[in-house]
Design a protein around this ligand. Sequence first.
Ligand code: SAM
Length: 179
Amino acid sequence: MIFILSLILLIIVFLFLLIILFSFFFAIDVFLDLPYVATKKEKVGTIIKLANIKRGETVIDLGSGDGRLLFAAAQKGAKAIGYEINPFLIFLTKLKSQFSPPQVRDLILTKRQNLWHTDLAVADVIFVYGRKKTMPRFEKFIYQNAKRGARIIVNTDKTKPFPNKKPLKSGNGIFLYKI
Ligand SMILES: C[S@@+](CC[C@H](N)C(=O)[O-])C[C@H]1O[C@@H](n2cnc3c(N)ncnc32)[C@H](O)[C@@H]1O
């Protein structure tokens, strides 16, 4: 009887800690201009298709979330670098990478860093999942810092893409630009 009661108590404490942990996780993003929203699974395919990633290229995800785009890029043989401010999402990406095959895992790098301070010049492909108020800033930041020929993939999710540049292609709410 005591054993069962202790077990129930333990489960309650565990659930309570889990709720605190998740609240903290969301609290971080509430204060961001760019809160966490994961790219929908059906859009990941469109992104990878439009990006036309080649083996050996370098891909940067600006705000990498749970790392889903990094994994998709690494599966194409690209070195995939994610910049993410939320430590829980970095932890989640690292945890997921432990269950990936080594040829994918070894290509993924996540950095806890402000995305506005990243070196974009190394990237052949840049992923952006912006919101209405961050799109103009993303456009300026990328066009000033990315190298010539870099492909930019913008996920809009009901907002407009870059306000001043014309996309090369689009589909499924995803836009491709070339610097
Ligand atoms: C819209 S989500 C996109 C997640 C992921 N790229 C995807 O497509 O599934 C934006 C991400 O950017 C992160 N973020 C917001 N501001 C940031 C900043 N200044 N520096 C780094 N990451 C940031 C958020 O924590 C969030 O995970």
